[in-house]
Design a protein around this ligand. Structure first.
Ligand SMILES: C[S@@+](CC[C@H](N)C(=O)[O-])C[C@H]1O[C@@H](n2cnc3c(N)ncnc32)[C@H](O)[C@@H]1O
Length: 244
């Protein structure tokens, strides 16, 4: 189970990360996807990345997602776009999935390395699943500048610099062959969609038992974003190559 805040705040998100469809298409090119490609999408959310890749490259994408509301949205969106023959979205905890080694051309984990306990463990978990010559793509935050301000309340988050993030892949034996970083526009679109969704939900659900908790999380993260996060936190999709 994930906190209900996310279900409320991300109900309008096409893509639940600070990136864009255009950047996901660039990712698909860098992953060399085509109609014969098999892609694993860990923490597939409402299906945004999987649907964008399947539509553009006609690849098949297997998503695993823990939140029922997101999995349902992904299935509905796939059906509405006529893509159900290419994509599947399984409900479950991705860290407990038993997946066949070397059975994917690419394995993605966009914005969810916490599922495996961090970036290094994510790379270690996904690399065995892709064939030699395949790719592991992880969307991950990184610190844009150090030191972080003393009053930045998320300063203990387990991220490192851009260079340090690449080093995690390379230490695991996967050279990073692509980097697709988020712009300020990507961040603003992603973050401010939360603001609108939460305000609208609160206005229509005043008596809801979770309203206070959702309002307080919303306020805390909104001001945190404006004060420090927009300046200090980067996000990028890092693509590691599994050498043949
Ligand atoms: C930041 S969102 C990213 C969603 C999607 N990758 C995207 O880019 O649109 C993180 C997702 O991880 C999912 N998640 C969290 N823990 C999970 C787990 N143990 N197994 C599978 N999915 C999980 C959340 O429900 C959420 O959909």
């Amino acid at each position: 189970m994930i906190p209900r805040y996310y279900v409320v705040a991300e109900r309008d998100h096409e893509i639940q990360n600070p990136t864009s469809e255009q950047k996901l298409l660039l990712l698909g090119e860098r992953l060399e996807l085509g109609p014969s490609s098999r892609v694993l999408d860990i923490a597939s959310g409402r299906g945004g990345p999987a649907l964008a890749l399947a539509r553009a490259f006609e690849c098949s994408v297997e998503g695993v997602e823990i939140e029922p509301a997101f999995q349902t949205a992904a299935l509905e969106r796939a059906a509405a776009r006529g893509l159900s023959h290419l994509v599947s979205f399984r409900l479950g905890d991705a860290s407990r999935e038993e997946l066949v080694p070397e059975s994917y051309d690419a394995a993605l984990c966009l914005g969810a390395s916490f599922v495996f306990g961090g970036l290094a463990d994510t790379v270690d978990a996904l690399a065995p699943l892709v064939r030699p010559g395949g790719y592991v793509a992880v969307g991950e935050p990184y610190w844009r500048r150090l030191p972080l301000p003393e009053d930045y309340e998320d300063r203990d988050d387990p991220f490192t610099t851009l260079e340090g993030t690449v080093l995690v892949f390379e230490t695991a034996g996967l050279p990073v062959v692509s980097l697709i970083a988020s712009s300020e526009d990507d961040w603003d679109r992603y973050e401010t969609l939360h603001w609108r969704a939460v305000e609208r939900w609160l206005a229509g659900n005043r008596g809801d038992p979770d309203a206070d908790e959702i309002r307080s999380r919303h306020e805390r993260w909104k001001w945190n974003y404006l004060r420090h996060q927009r300046d200090c936190l980067g996000w990028a999709i890092f693509v590691g190559w599994k050498r043949p």
